[in-house]
Design a binder for this molecule. Structure first.
Ligand code: F6R
Length: 615
């Protein structure tokens, strides 16, 4: 995690760094800091808390200078204090360094450096790297600026782990050196000025011309040029790419929070997910970005979906969709487990990595492992310029627009729609009849209006949320494709309210979970009318018999459940395969309204970051 921005050019660096950094706050918001070469040396400001706190510190004590580095932190080693905020400096205080990544052997290195007389001001792994670069600089035989580049290269070779770094040094006022291994870093190519950043979003107002640094590359950045070199020090020819970058600083409009805005954007977001991808005549989906022909698609024998958190929940719904529509067995794996496990994978398996950000370290690592084994890997991503989007063999973009709220909402429903398209396409290449395909297409086209109808219950859901927000713990139950919806509902509740919430398949209740039921533990039961409706009503009775309150997600027209449940979250009816998309809407709203009732920081809940770029 963490976000980095660096600037070299003719303008004042401080306002540019603060502005660009604010676009990276989704990568972490525990502390922020910057360092600028002020003509006399390196001057540092850093503050725990949000970038706003840093901006205040800079406003009262501004730093003048045209090159600098900055950082927004998601704490890994050491608490969110001023001292642990980046940038960190070397022993001689001649250089400053910001880092995104994790140094796995930092304790070992710290012991060695301490024995050699180094003292440290923070508990971070990054400060070790700053000292290593400082030491390497002292002992380097290279001349001029090459000395700093050489120092960065040799210090990073001692590191096990991941890094994206930017370094400035008192002796070289117009130079920033950057390096990457594992963590992303892009060069923003301006007119007479250049930038480094963790991603292209940070650079949106400044330039749309970027160079994506490759792993192990080092860059020396000046106002009028930049040189990229390989790990061995050879100069590398780079490709400048144009990125669509106009977006990003999207504002909340009339909504009090991004999360609510993004929940209400779902009719448009899912329309974007299927627009231009439905072939009504052939009753199928058109997904050109897969880069796989009909023959290849027919040969797929298994699918393995990789993802984390909400993206994995979308994959779990995807499993039901693809298995039902195309009869292809689908397994889902936590990306973090797959990348280090011995999981056997059979021959004609297609991998699908699902990630809103396209930068999640575990998903990227798992995808690379699948590719290393020789499997074709598709990506379902929202961020078009992301590493997963670029490294996958093909895929489907979500086009959901920027998702700023840390809790994923519209990206989830967009991902499920894309799995529906995949299921339809694969199904129509196998057994699915045109009539069934057409039914699904029609239902998909009607879905945006039905989501709008589900959103209209927001005020009623707020009343339910206010009633139950004071409870410490909640259960979420659902069956089949609604089991992942239960998982997703519980995850949303945990993330934004900090209440304890667990999702289970409804039938698991009696295998242990039922011991938790009492009048203080409400259960959210997803019980829309489907093949297992009566079974769910059985669960409802079991919970009521033990004094547990039940909040039911049920069809608007379901009169029976109103008499049984303590509260109902109504949803309209749709095609059974698409019903989970509607069922998640009231659960998102329930979490949102409960978080507001509890006075939580809805868009930036504690301990979280939007993009998890460390393992
Ligand atoms: C939940 C949430 C996380 C992400 C997960 C994967 O609201 O935001 O669980 O879904 O970190 O992120 P992406 O989709 O960016 O790979």
């Amino acid at each position: 995690m963490c976000g980095i921005v660096a600037y070299v050019g003719p303008r004042d660096a401080q306002p540019i760094l603060l502005d660009a950094l604010s676009r990276l706050e989704y990568r972490g918001y525990d502390s922020a800091g910057l360092a600028i070469l002020n003509g006399k040396g390196v001057e540092v400001r850093k503050k725990s808390g949000r970038i706003q706190e840093l901006a205040k510190a800079c406003a009262s004590h501004p730093i003048q200078g045209q090159s600098g580095i900055s950082h927004t932190r998601w704490a890994t080693h050491g608490a969110a204090t001023d001292a642990n905020a980046h940038p960190h400096q070397d022993a001689a205080k001649k250089l400053a360094l910001v880092h995104n990544g994790v140094i796995e052997n930092y304790l070992e290195l710290k012991t060695i450096l301490s024995k050699a007389g180094h003292t440290f001001l923070s508990e971070t792994d990054t400060e070790i790297l700053a000292h290593l670069v400082g030491d390497a600089f002292q002992s380097s035989k290279a001349k001029g600026e090459a000395r700093l580049v050489d120092a960065v290269r040799s210090a990073t070779q001692k590191i096990q782990g991941t890094l994206g770094i930017a370094v400035i040094h008192t002796d070289f006022p117009g130079l920033v050196v950057g390096a990457r291994r594992g963590s992303p870093l892009v060069i923003g190519v301006g007119e007479g000025e250049n930038f480094l950043a963790s991603d292209t979003q940070a650079l949106a107002p400044y330039t749309s011309r970027v160079v994506i640094l490759q792993d192990q590359e080092v860059v020396s950045l000046h106002a009028d040029r930049f040189d990229v070199s390989s790990p061995l020090g050879d100069r590398t020819n780079v490709k400048i790419e144009e990125v669509e970058n106009g977006v990003t600083h999207s504002d909340k409009g009339t909504y009090p929070h991004f999360m609510l805005k993004e929940i209400f954007e779902q009719p448009a977001a899912i329309t974007n997910a299927f627009r231009g991808r439905l072939d009504v005549d052939a009753a199928t989906a058109k997904l050109g970005g897969l880069n796989l022909g009909s023959q290849e698609l027919r040969q797929i024998e298994r699918i393995c979906v990789l993802g984390c958190g909400t993206a994995l929940h979308a994959g779990l719904v995807g499993k039901y969709l693809i298995e039902t529509l195309a009869k292809i067995p689908v397994e889902t794996q936590h990306a973090s487990e797959f990348r280090y496990g011995d999981s056997p994978v059979s021959g004609r398996t297609l991998f699908i990595a699902v990630s809103q950000s396209g930068e999640t370290a575990d998903t990227l690592g798992a995808m690379r492992e699948a590719k290393r084994r020789g499997f074709t890997c598709l990506g379902i991503c929202n961020n078009v310029a992301s590493t997963i989007a670029r490294e996958s063999d093909g895929g489907v973009y979500m086009h959901a627009g920027p998702e700023i709220g840390v809790a994923a909402t519209k990206s989830f429903t967009s991902q499920v729609v894309i799995f529906t398209l995949l299921g339809l396409l694969l199904g129509r290449l196998r057994f699915l009849s045109a009539a069934h395909g057409r039914e699904l297409i029609e239902a998909m086209e009607n879905l945006p209006a039905l989501i709008t109808q589900a959103l209209a219950h927001s005020d009623a859901i707020r009343a339910v949320a206010q009633r139950y927000a004071k409870h410490r713990s909640m259960l979420y139950l659902g069956r089949l494709a609604n089991f992942p919806i239960a998982l997703e509902g519980a995850l949303k509740m945990k993330e934004v309210t900090y209440l304890h919430a667990e999702g289970y398949p409804s039938a698991e209740l009696k295998h242990g979970v039922i011991a938790l039921i009492d009048k203080e533990t409400p259960t959210v039961l997803i019980a829309t009318r489907d093949g297992v409706y009566d079974k769910n009503l059985g669960n409802l009775q079991e919970i009521k018999a033990r004094g547990g309150p039940v909040i039911a997600v049920a069809l608007e027209e379901d009169k029976k459940i109103i008499t049984l449940a303590d509260a109902v979250l109504p949803v309209p009816r749709t095609h059974e395969l698409l019903q989970p998309i509607l069922n998640v809407i009231p659960l998102q709203l329930l979490s949102y309204h409960a978080a507001v009732a509890l006075g939580r920081d809805v868009d930036k809940p504690r301990n979280l970051a939007k993009s998890v770029t460390v393992e």
